[in-house]
Design a protein around this ligand. Structure first.
Ligand code: BG6
Length: 449
């Protein structure tokens, strides 16, 4: 960006800011991306020791050690913020809402009102969950549109900043060998997993009000689905990419099967209600009603306190005709393409090849071609937040979610949220409730873990 800019983190001393945003901003600054950065301001009710230690370690006190006492509910805080803004005439102002989603509406309203008296170009970044259901998401959109235009709004989903997720797009658009296979004629089914071994990490008060559907499924998982299944856009323009994602999401047929779970011991976590029914696990099956994906099942599963951290999409291709088994001496495994974001950022293609056998008819073995992005780069990959913050500063909205898109995502998950089905208890360190395995096994498939 050529213009000078200031970055305001509302909720600046919180976890997200300390663990992700401030380190990402500092790294980008050190790498020379932010020549025009005036200052990063952290706004919060209290200045914490952890925040001070972090920004103190950056060796750039002027740029990063700027704290503003700020209570999002109090008018006087906005008055004080106004005094700072008066000194920033002509600069672009970027506001990042890194606070509890329960405070988004109030903050947008009050901030929006304050900004009416300023002519500075501005951007507002809104974290997830964007609302708690369709109605509240619509309301939040309306409030945003009262004060900002869509081009100024960045609805962030950090999964889109991950190298592998962006590579789905590249793999599909930069190769001709895959495009012909990317449809119901060749794909048997798709699995999208976001398994975590960690629990709710002291976020009980937030998590118990949202659960796995709002925390992971409505946003990260549906975004992964969109990137995998959307039609290629006509041109590389943020609006055309988002148009295709919206079109895809509109074609999602209402979810048929759902299994919810809760890990043993969750009700005694700090901040969680004793009789809570909040799910810490959800698995679903859905279909996409369009010509490309008609009748191809998509299985999605996410949960906390499971046996491992595993985030990946697996595209499983159809079996060869059964009659070939005789020619090959066995039934080969189905081909797969795996897009993994955790534990590694990698893409792996699984296919079958004949081993040296000394005879014509022999059972093929699975061969895996793997592209591990970190090994290839020879260095640590950029964190998702680094990529997305750079995009925000540069004004590229391709990897951010549009207003209509977020509403459709709520339309898809609302029936799952409202479904008063049983919430099965599962053991910590397991692979979730047994029922979730039956959900896919009854279709003659298994989770690829
Ligand atoms: C966040 C969720 O958006 O994503 C967390 O609120 C979850 O509950 C996290 O743990 C997972 O992200 P990642 O990048 O660690 O897989």
């Amino acid at each position: 960006m050529n213009r000078k800019f200031s970055f305001f983190i509302i909720g600046g001393t919180g976890d997200l800011s300390r663990k992700k945003l401030l380190p990402a901003l500092y790294k980008l600054y050190k790498e020379g991306h932010f020549k025009n950065l005036h200052k990063v301001y952290s706004l919060a009710r209290e200045e914490s020791k952890e925040w001070k230690d972090l920004v103190g370690s950056f060796n750039e006190p002027e740029k990063f050690e700027n704290f503003l006492h700020f209570d999002v509910r109090s008018d006087s805080s906005y008055h004080e913020l106004g005094k700072v803004l008066q000194r920033l005439r002509g600069q672009e102002l970027i506001f990042y809402l890194a606070l509890s989603p329960f405070l988004f509406e109030t903050t947008v309203r009050k901030l929006g009102r304050l900004l009416r008296t300023y002519t500075n170009p501005r951007k507002i970044v809104v974290e997830k969950p964007f609302g708690f259901d369709l109605t509240s998401a619509k309301k939040l959109n309306q409030i945003l549109y009262t004060y900002f235009v869509e081009e100024e709004i960045y609805r962030i989903d950090h999964f889109l900043g991950k190298e592998t997720v962006q590579n789905i797009f590249s793999l599909r658009l930069s190769n001709t060998i895959f495009e012909g296979l990317w449809n119901k004629n060749f794909v048997d089914h798709v699995q999208i997993l976001a398994l975590e071994d960690i629990g709710i990490e002291g976020r009980g008060e937030y998590y118990d009000k949202v659960g796995a559907v709002r925390d992971m499924l409505q946003n990260h998982m549906l975004q992964m689905l969109s990137f995998l299944a959307m039609e290629p856009p006509c041109c590389m323009h943020p609006e055309y990419i988002r148009d295709e994602k919206v079109k895809l999401l509109r074609s999602v047929r209402r979810v048929s099967d759902t299994v919810k779970g809760q890990y043993e011991g969750y009700p005694s976590e700090k901040g969680v209600g004793e009789n809570t029914r909040t799910e810490t696990f959800v698995a679903i099956k859905l279909y996409i009603d369009n010509l490309r994906w008609q009748d191809v099942p998509f299985y999605l599963m996410t949960g906390k306190r499971l046996s491992k951290k595993l985030s990946q999409i697996t595209v499983v291709f159809r079996e060869i005709p059964r009659s070939f088994a005789k020619l090959l001496d066995c039934m080969p495994k189905q081909n797969k393409i795996v897009f993994q974001t955790a534990p590694k950022n990698k893409i792996a293609i699984h296919f079958e090849l004949r081993p040296p056998a000394g005879k014509f008819i022999s059972c093929p073995i699975e061969t895996i071609m793997e592209y591990d992005m970190e090994s290839y780069a020879g260095t640590k990959l950029p964190e998702a937040y680094e990529t997305l913050i750079l995009d925000i500063v540069e004004g590229d909205r391709s990897l951010f979610i549009r207003g209509d898109e977020v509403e459709i995502m709520w339309e898809i998950v609302e029936p799952i949220m409202d479904d008063k089905i049983e919430v099965y208890t599962y053991k910590q360190g397991s692979l979730g409730p047994e029922k979730a395995h039956r959900l896919i096994e009854k279709d003659g498939k298994t989770w690829i873990l």
